[in-house]
Design a protein around this ligand. Structure first.
Ligand code: UN1
Length: 497
């Protein structure tokens, strides 16, 4: 009997009170059970929230530089464990090993970066309009956070949320995706070993419906940070709106790369392959649309199809693998349904389009890199987030039309343009309505020191990552202090000549 992956509540590793479990499965080999995980009952969640609430005062009063030092220690431990954690990411989530290692690296970067915030967390001091009076704004923690995280970056995204939440003085209950519960558990073990005090960081396992929703709307929670699907995020936004609960949500994308007639095509192909099929297309920043200038359309399509057809599918632990499996059966079916919808909708399928079942891959959830061309920008496959290895190529007659196509979806996370012309890149930079714009680079690969998130239905509330304008705004609230040391009543706006 495998060891049960437990909840972490008030500094103790405990099984859920109803004794139920679920399995976390290796998507490359369904017979490989990565972990048997405890399922949380409502009472477990109540206890986790109580623990976080109980630990809040002391943690929030600990000087921020000390909180930051704990994050530095977590960063060091994460670096030391990078290899084993990266392998676990690949085994539990499926992405190829270099990406599994990158997932851990992103958490290392975030822990160091936010550790430094322990000595900054700065507000403003400004002059007062009255003599003998000073004025400043300070950042204060918000309270107890519910963090709800997805499976596609099983170490990085929980770390994106835990690190700023903790350095700012909040306490946390983390509910990770069921599909990557073991990764989240190892991550929390690292924070425990780094010295996070009892009750400050709690972990509860279970499904979004049973655990996530109950946790997000729990009366003991002050704010929610969610990353995941648009449907779930918008549902939570609705629930939180009704109870005046702060929520920041980072949701879908339908990201696009524009390839202009003067682009360096080999570079654009490489970027589009990386953006479209890296992480098997399961990034919210994935380049699922390529908007190609008509003058280079036939040549680009031939080159891109050639490169995509050379990609090797397989277990991400193998050095020869370029593209791993998709995460689970329901995503597998959903992606295949989208491919059917693309065919029925009139897009031309020129590569892939079906499950890949050669050799060992028959045991996992593999889908061939899939390419549709002559796609109409209004088709479902060009509008909805597929979150799989499916790329749509759309033709455009000029930059203006290309930008309209890129902006013509409900999402606005990431976009890119390949061009050698500085003026065209400047126009794109100005007019692309996405949270992130890349020039001569793919849509994926945001760095943690800048805000991450998007416009329209991609997100709500302050951005992830980064400092000011990003995570610090999500995990702190402002307090303004006026101190009058004049010894008399002074009236702002009124006492003037
Ligand atoms: C996500 O897909 O949810 O920019 C996050 C990137 C990564 C993060 C992606 N650094 O692609």
């Amino acid at each position: 009997m495998a060891e049960i992956i437990k909840n972490f509540i008030n500094g103790k590793w405990v099984t859920g009170q109803d004794n139920g479990t679920f399995k976390s499965i290796n998507p490359a080999r369904k017979d490989d059970v990565v972990g048997v995980v405890t399922r949380s009952s409502r009472r477990d969640i109540d206890r986790a929230v109580d623990a976080a609430r109980g630990a809040y005062k002391q943690w929030s009063l600990l000087p921020a530089p000390h909180r930051g030092e704990i994050l530095y220690r977590a960063a060091e431990l994460l670096s030391k464990e990078k290899k084993s954690l990266g392998q676990l990411v690949t085994r539990e989530m499926g992405k190829v090993l270099p990406e599994g290692l990158g997932d851990v690296q992103e958490a290392v970067d975030m822990a160091y970066y936010m550790g430094g915030e322990g000595r900054r967390l700065s507000g403003e001091t400004v002059p007062s309009e009255l003599p003998g009076k000073d004025a400043k704004s300070i950042r204060v923690p918000i309270g107890v956070f519910a963090l709800i995280t997805p499976w596609n970056f099983p170490i990085a995204i929980p770390a994106w949320k835990i690190c700023p939440a903790l350095v700012a003085g909040n306490t946390v209950v983390l509910k990770p995706s069921r599909d990557t519960a073991v990764c989240a558990t190892r991550l929390v073990e690292i924070f425990e070993a780094a010295g996070v005090p009892r009750g400050v960081l709690n972990l509860v396992h279970g499904s979004g419906q049973d655990v996530g929703e109950y946790l997000a709307t729990h009366p003991g929670i002050d704010a929610v940070s969610f990353t995941g699907s648009c449907d779930t995020g918008e549902h939570l936004e609705g629930l939180c709106g009704g109870i005046h609960r702060h929520i920041s949500a980072e949701m879908g994308g339908k990201n696009a790369i524009i390839i202009l007639e003067d682009a360096r095509l080999e570079l654009a192909v490489e970027g589009a392959i990386w953006g479209g099929f890296g992480t098997t297309g399961q990034r919210c920043t994935a380049a699922s649309r390529l908007v190609v200038h008509e003058a280079v359309y036939p040549e680009f399509v031939t080159m891109f199809k050639g490169a995509a057809s050379r990609l090797r599918l397989g277990n991400g632990l193998k050095k020869t693998t370029d593209v791993g499996p998709v995460i689970n059966e329901s995503q597998f079916k959903k992606i295949l349904d989208y491919i059917e919808a693309g065919k029925k909708g009139g897009a031309k399928l020129i590569l892939g389009g079906k499950p890949f079942t050669e050799g060992e891959c028959a045991k996992g959830f593999f889908i061939e890199p899939t390419l549709f061309i002559d796609v109409d920008p209004e088709m479902r496959i060009a509008q909805e987030e597929i979150f799989g290895p499916v790329v749509c190529i759309i033709k455009a007659k000029d930059l203006d039309e290309a930008i309209k196509i890129v902006n013509g979806t409900r999402y606005g996370l990431s976009s890119a343009i390949y061009t050698q012309e500085v003026n065209k890149s400047a126009i794109a930079e100005r007019d692309l309505d996405t949270g992130i714009v890349y020039i001569n680079a793919s849509t994926i690969g945001a760095e943690i020191q800048l805000p991450f998130g998007g416009t329209k239905h991609t997100g709500m509330g302050p951005r992830e990552a980064g400092g000011r304008g990003g995570a610090l705004d999500a995990y702190t609230k402002w307090k303004v202090i006026y101190r009058d040391f004049s010894g008399r009543l002074q009236k702002a706006q009124i006492d003037r000549d």
